[in-house]
Design a protein around this ligand. Structure first.
Ligand SMILES: [Zn+2]
Length: 177
C-alpha cells in the first residue's frame, strides 16, 4: 500500500518535471514513512503537543468527529506550562477558545473561556491527553498536524486538506487535484 503510493508519487513527479524513467530518482518516501500529515507514534504526538505552539486535529474515524486544538507554552514563570484552546470559529489560526491548562503534566479544565467541563471538546482533550501519556490511544484515533496550502499558503486543519496539502477552494482551481 505504502509502496504503491510512493510509486504513484514517483510517476507524477517524473511526468511533471519530465524526468526520464532511465534516470534514477531517490525520493524521500523511499526511506521514510509516507509524510501525509498524520503523526502515528504517541511519543511523537506528545512531543508535538508540548512543543510550544502546536496546532493539531484529533479525528475519531469511528464517529467521524474531530476537534482542532492549539496548545501553547506559558511564557511566564509558573507551574502552568501550557494553555489549551479549541477551534470554535472559521479562522483556524485565530478563532480559538480557552478550555484549560497543563500543570505538572496533567490537563486541568478551566471555565474561564466559557466552555464547561461537560463539553465534548474538553472531554476529548482530557481523554486524548491521558491516553497519549499512557501510550494507549486507540488505532481509530488519528492525529493530524497542521498543514499549509501549496497554492495560497493558508493554514490547513481539515484532515482531507492536510493530506492533500491544498485547501478545497485552491484545489478546484488547480488541475490534478
Ligand atoms: Zn489555498
Amino acid at each position: 500500500m505504502e509502496n504503491e503510493k510512493v510509486q504513484t508519487l514517483e510517476g507524477t513527479f517524473r511526468k511533471l518535471f519530465a524526468v526520464s524513467t532511465n534516470l534514477p530518482l531517490k525520493l524521500e518516501c523511499d526511506v521514510k514513512p509516507v509524510l501525509d500529515g498524520k503523526i502515528r507514534e504517541n511519543a511523537e504526538r506528545l512531543a508535538f503537543v508540548l512543543a510550544g505552539n502546536a496546532y493539531f486535529t484529533i479525528e475519531n474515524t469511528q464517529s467521524g468527529n474531530r476537534f482542532t486544538f492549539r496548545v501553547s507554552a506559558n511564557k511566564k514563570e509558573s507551574e502552568v506550562t501550557h494553555w489549551v484552546c479549541v477551534l470554535t470559529g472559521p479562522d483556524n489560526l485565530s478563532n480559538y477558545t480557552f478550555i484549560g491548562f497543563i500543570k505538572a503534566g496533567e490537563f486541568f479544565h478551566s471555565r474561564k473561556g466559557g466552555i464547561g467541563n461537560d463539553a465534548q471538546s474538553v472531554r476529548v482533550f482530557a481523554w486524548f491527553f491521558k491516553n497519549l501519556k499512557a501510550n494507549s490511544v486507540p488505532e481509530f484515533i488519528l492525529f493530524w498536524h497542521m498543514g499549509r496550502c501549496c497554492r495560497c499558503g493558508r493554514a490547513l486543519t481539515v484532515p482531507e486538506s492536510v493530506a492533500a496539502g491544498i485547501g478545497p477552494e485552491c484545489a478546484s482551481m488547480v488541475s490534478g487535484f
